[in-house]
Design a protein around this ligand. Structure first.
Ligand SMILES: O=C(O)[C@H](O)[C@@H](O)[C@H](O)[C@H](O)COP(=O)(O)O
Length: 258
């Protein structure tokens, strides 16, 4: 083990030599979080993103430590397309993970596809899905996810929260929609910051050389207000898993220290 970089927003940054090392470490991190959550509450609430994240979850496949029947899975953001559309985050997660593991389909919370033509109704319905899982069980103002897994775009976006977008200022709603996403497809729903920042754990998985420059912006220049810099769950701050040298002063850390 060599050490961590503590950037101003108190994120924990961990870098790995290659994608396989991230996959392995991410799986152990998730399993540890799962155990703590099930021991405490009997369930594990997790939110997934799209992009390259689903394929980074392959370390969970065939792993007997994963208690799939205790998982409640939501999408931190989802593209407004049918569930079998190539752009669907749910389809990517299904192809790369859920079709290969024994998770009950009722435990995966997907868009109500009968509402795809009305984004307001669609995001309201997804918010109600969260309310059923959290407000009724935990009686909290905002849901407290056990784990939210995020990606980071080369422009610093995360989930479907994009630089300069009005949704960055949303303080009330749990789920919001947009019709002008700069990353296609344009219509999406997304968790808002109140949801992301109330999570017990948030992990960014940001593999790829093209993210190095943006990563240093996000970590070392939070006052610029990039969407990924605004992810600030209270304790212990977000964890960032990145591939290769991150270029912002961090050193490789043993996966076991996660
Ligand atoms: O559905 C989406 O588009 C996302 O959830 C988005 O926020 C993604 O996580 C980032 O764009 C990173 O994507 P990559 O991992 O493919 O770079």
């Amino acid at each position: 083990m060599s050490g961590t970089h503590q950037p101003p927003n108190a994120a924990i940054l961990v870098s790995f030599p290659d994608a396989d090392a991230i996959v392995e470490s991410l799986a152990s991190f998730i399993i540890k979080a799962q155990k703590e959550s099930i021991d405490k509450k009997g369930r594990f609430t997790v939110a997934l993103s799209g992009g390259s994240l689903p394929k980074m979850l392959r370390g969970l496949i065939g792993n007997p430590a994963v208690k799939w029947d205790k998982w409640q899975v939501f999408y931190a953001d989802e593209r407004v397309v049918p569930l079998d559309h190539p752009d669907s985050n749910h389809l990517a997660c299904t192809n790369l993970l859920f079709s290969k593991v024994p998770i009950p389909s009722d435990n995966i919370h997907v868009l109500d596809v009968s509402l795809l033509s009305d984004l307001e109704e669609l995001s309201d319905a997804y918010e109600k899905e969260l309310i059923r899982e959290f407000a009724q069980k935990d009686a909290a103002r905002f849901p407290v996810f056990d784990l939210i897994l995020l990606g980071m775009g080369p422009d610093g976006h995360t989930a479907s929260l994009f630089p300069g977008h009005e949704l960055l200022a949303e303080e009330d709603r749990w789920i919001a929609y947009l019709e002008d996403s700069p990353k296609p497809p344009p219509k999406r729903i997304t968790f808002t910051y109140p949801v992301i920042n109330h999570a017990a754990r948030v992990v960014f998985v940001a593999a790829g050389k093209e993210k190095v420059e943006m990563l240093s912006q996000v970590l070392d220049n939070p006052e610029a207000g990039l969407p990924s810099s605004r992810v600030k769950p209270s304790v212990p701050g977000p964890t960032l898993l990145v591939r290769r040298r991150c270029g912002v002063g961090c050193r490789p850390l043993s996966p076991h220290s996660l």
